[in-house]
Design a protein around this ligand. Structure first.
Ligand code: PEP
Length: 251
């Protein structure tokens, strides 16, 4: 982790959390967060965003959504615009998570449009990239993530408004992770792809998160990797104790 890049520990709650347990989790994260030097983001389901924003007031913990629509308003039943997320108290939005790419057929162009809308509304975009197991086995991991960066990261992205999360699809929720040297190779490649798309300064300063089965037991090893600037955490973000224990491992 570069000393000049403040680590980010972000929790993706996915489709988990009803009012009682979700807000208790937000409250517990808020209560513990002050003790760490990293930035925290929690991304509850859309139904809890407005209430979670009240719980997080004054804690320094950022609130993120798990998606947004590319259009600012209009006839898009069931969807939520970036401005609506800001209105609900969000400062961040995850875009292009592999579960949305798979479940909702989101391609790079869709993710780019959503990330562009998020930036226009003043949100920080957390853009997810990552190869499938078949792509890794075929030796295509670096090419796949570089293409996703080129296709999904807006041209007006900066280190201040964009974070990129590398999440190998096969590592999500599986208990398996790439080796530290494999992760470093991908993160270094992502950084150079960002330098190609934006500029060297933005690439050097942008936070790159690793995601995929990060938990208290492996966080220290993963967060010590040179170009890993934090984590995007799914399962282990659902228990405040585990989420905070991961933050404890930030070097
Ligand atoms: C995720 O889906 O963003 C994720 C990293 O999940 P998990 O930590 O459960 O592998």
């Amino acid at each position: 982790m570069g000393a000049e890049r403040t680590p980010v520990i972000a929790g993706n709650w996915k489709m988990n959390g009803l009012k009682q347990d979700g807000l208790a989790l937000a409250r517990d994260v808020a209560a513990g967060a002050g003790a760490y030097r990293c930035e925290f983001v929690v991304c509850p389901p859309a139904t809890l965003l407005a209430a979670a924003s009240e719980v997080l007031v004054g804690s320094g913990v950022h609130l993120g959504a798990q998606d947004c629509h590319a259009e600012p308003d209009g006839a898009h039943t069931g969807d939520i615009s970036a401005a609506m997320l800001v209105d609900a108290g969000c400062s961040h939005a995850i875009l292009g998570h592999s579960e949305r790419r798979a479940d909702h057929g989101e391609d790079d162009a869709t993710v780019l449009a959503k990330a562009t809308a998020a930036l226009a509304a003043g949100l920080t975009a957390i853009v997810c990239v990552g190869e499938t197991e078949a792509e890794r086995d075929a030796g295509q991991a670096l090419d796949v993530v570089a293409a996703q960066v080129a296709g999904s990261v807006p041209e007006n992205a900066t280190a201040a408004n964009t974070i990129v999360a590398y999440e190998p699809v096969w590592a999500i929720g599986s208990g398996r992770t790439p080796t530290p040297s494999e992760i470093q190779a991908v993160h270094a490649h992502i950084r150079s792809a960002i330098a190609g798309r934006l500029d060297g300064g933005a690439a050097a300063a942008m936070r790159l998160l690793y995601g995929g089965s990060m938990k208290p037991g492996n966080a220290a090893e993963l967060l010590a990797i040179e170009d890993v600037d934090g984590g995007l955490i799914g399962g282990a973000s659902l228990k405040a104790e585990d989420f905070l224990a991961i933050a404890q491992s930030c070097p």
